[in-house]
Structure formats: structure tokens, C-alpha cells
Design a binder for this molecule. Sequence first.
Ligand code: E4P
Length: 213
Amino acid sequence: MKLFIDTANIEEIKEINDWGVINGVTTNPSLIVKEGRDFVEVIKEITSIVDGPISAEVISLKSEEMVQEALELSKIHKNVVIKVPMTDEGLKAVKVLSSKSIKTNVTLVFSANQALLAAKAGASYVSPFVGRMDDIGNEGINIIEDIITIFDIHGLETEVISASIRHPMHVLDSAKAGAHISTIPYKVFKDMLKHPMTDIGIEKFLKDWEGAK
Ligand code: E4P
């Protein structure tokens, strides 16, 4: 499973990229606004750090306007992937963009049928939101399992990005369910790294080492 980082914060991206574990980046309008910087500048800077797919989301709700935005965003760098919302207009935009070989990530997916439609329209990626499904009392991970099952049975090549990840168990469960990618916030990467037994082990090794002198 590939790991993406879900942030528009340059320092966070640099830090986790230095670990050698990330294959791409996802952003969304909320994450971009949090940085208080120009959208295009942020995306451009991210492409200079991570050599992999970088999702940048369109704001328009009409397909023609989404396509226009996408054409501009895709000029930033060859790795830019256009994030499009899961609507009928979004699907129309995906169809046009895929015919132009522009990669798309259909976002705000909350059902396996939505993912099926996105894949049929030609999406390169679909992003089911696991955490937000949990928030409304569903077992978010089930949607990942369903989508992977359907895509496998029918040979659909769209990659599944397990999104809206809130804690390390979401990553583990996504990996077990066969998600191709998990897009993980900075804090969850840090939580995945830490284990108290590792810290205790290091402390003991160093104490023994010093004691032998
Ligand atoms: C996906 O690409 C989205 O940016 C993200 O995972 C949304 O997560 P949230 O539900 O924590 O906002």
C-alpha cells in the first residue's frame, strides 16, 4: 500500500518526506485555506518536494468550469492530479479530463456505488472518507472493503485512496482491506511511529552501554 500525506503544510510534508515513506500528497480547499497562502504557489512548492501524485481540488461545481480550472492546475506540474467532487457534474468533468489524459481523484465518496460510477467515468483515484463515515455512526472501513472487492472482481484499474484517516487503526484496517493508498494526516504519521516499548528499549540499551564503561 502506498502512503500519501493529507496536508498542505510544507514543513509537515518535508518532515515526513524525509522519513522516506510517502508516495504522494493530497490537499483540499480546507487544508489550503489553513495555510493562508496562494493556492498555486502551495501546490507548486509541494511538487518540488514530493515526486509523486499531488492532488489539487477544483472549486467550481459546473463541469465546464471544473475542466477549465483543471487545465490551469495541470499546467503547474505533470504530477498534479485534479480532485473533483463526487457529483454528476464532477463525473462529466472526469470523463473530459480522462480523455485528455489528465489524472483525477474523485473525492467525497461515501458509498461503493459512488466509487463504481467514478471508476466507470475514468477516475484515476477514488477517495472514500473513512473517518467522516465513522462520524455519522457507520463502520467507515466497510466501504473500503466493498470498493476493493468490486474493483477486483471487475478488473477496474482506479486506485482506492482511503481518506479521512483519524488514527493509526484506520491505516491498519485500510491496509488489511486492500486499499491501494492511504492518505494520512501529519499527526497520524507521528502516532504510527511511536511505541512506548521502543522508547523503553532504547533507554535500556543506552543505560546498559553506559554502565559497561
Ligand atoms: C482527502 O483527500 C481529504 O483531504 C481528507 O482525507 C479529508 O479528511 P477529514 O475528514 O479529516 O477532513
